[in-house]
Design a protein. Structure first.
Length: 302
């Protein structure tokens, strides 16, 4: 039996659903029941009636799914698929920062560990960070934003809110330069440029649109422009091209690749369903506290 047939058969036997992030390898995206951004995947994980969620993404995403659906089995096909940005702040570091700002409300990007989420009042993704700060935290005297300094700068620019910001970043998005955007525009003067809010402020300032990966998917479908430069992980191009076969998508850089997102292969998806590996567990005490901020976010986003 071919690998895709074996995955399909096991999926039915286990009553499993396969969720994949937009940066996953093309063949992994194609075997998934749903492909989306962090927010869309969290909503799917919270709403699914499957018994098992195979999460093709990175650790914090599977952990978020487990927090939202603690009664389900959540599997991460590669146990080492992590997010370097999420590792840039610990719960202890955040507790120290909060102690320095006792009046502040703390908001964390979803790219954080469950233990960090447990210390926060609210969670956000790149799709809703502006709305969370502008609306949900509108009455907060002071705001602590962790861990992405670039997303924080984007939110501050849109909302006019000054925030206490942790100096973390995504090493992949932070490496993109303004010169690369200028160069791409010279080479493709008719193209629109979209980038992710994890890019540096001098990069987002030069883009036509700064969007979550789910936002990029919608923007690409709505724009009349036929040529689009994509300033995020190149895995995104697969979905964009599939949804818009008549448009041309150009990666801002071929080197724009999140290695952790590419750890998941079809073999690992199969093995995950065969052996029920690797099951994500979150201690009850952390899970309960982390869920509050995630659910607040989902309620405000729906
Ligand atoms: P999105 O939620 O926009 O898909 O972003 C996730 C991520 O990790 C981007 O680097
Ligand atoms: Fe983390 Fe960056 Fe990879 Fe997203 S692209 S998972 S933020 S390292």
């Amino acid at each position: 039996m071919k690998i895709l047939e074996r995955i399909e058969k096991l999926k039915k036997e286990r009553r499993a659903v396969i969720l994949a992030h937009n940066y996953q390898l093309s063949e992994v995206q194609d075997c998934a029941d749903f492909v989306g951004d962090s927010l869309e995947l969290s909503i799917k994980a919270a709403d699914t009636d499957a018994d098992v969620i195979v999460f093709c993404g990175v650790h914090f995403m599977a952990e978020t799914a487990k927090i939202l659906s603690p009664e389900k089995t959540v599997l991460l096909p590669d146990r080492d698929a992590g997010c370097p940005m999420a590792d840039m702040i610990t719960a202890k570091e955040l507790r120290l920062l909060k102690a320095e700002h006792p009046q502040a409300k703390a908001i964390c990007y979803v790219n954080t560990s469950a233990a960090v989420k447990a210390e926060c009042d609210l969670c956000c993704t790149s799709a809703n960070a502006v709305k969370m700060v502008d609306e949900v935290l509108k009455d907060a005297e002071e705001i602590i934003f962790v861990p992405d300094r670039n997303l924080a700068a984007f939110v501050a620019g849109k909302t006019g809110r000054e925030m206490v910001v942790w100096q973390g970043c995504c090493p992949v998005h932070d490496a993109i330069t303004a010169a690369q955007i200028k160069n791409a525009r010279l080479l493709h003067p008719k193209a629109v440029v979209m980038v992710h809010p994890e890019c540096r402020p001098e990069v987002t300032a030069l883009a036509d649109a700064t969007l979550s990966t789910g936002g990029m998917s919608r923007y690409a479908q709505e724009t009349d422009m036929g040529e689009i430069i994509v300033g995020t992980d190149t895995g995104m191009i697969h979905k964009l091209q599939k949804e818009n076969p008549d448009k041309t998508f150009l990666p801002l850089s071929e080197a724009f690749i999140c290695a952790d997102m590419k750890r998941t292969t079809l073999d690992k998806v199969l093995s995950s369903l065969e052996n029920m590996t690797y099951s994500i567990e979150v201690p009850e005490e952390i899970s309960v506290r982390a869920r509050t901020g995630i659910e607040r976010m989902l309620t405000a986003s729906r």
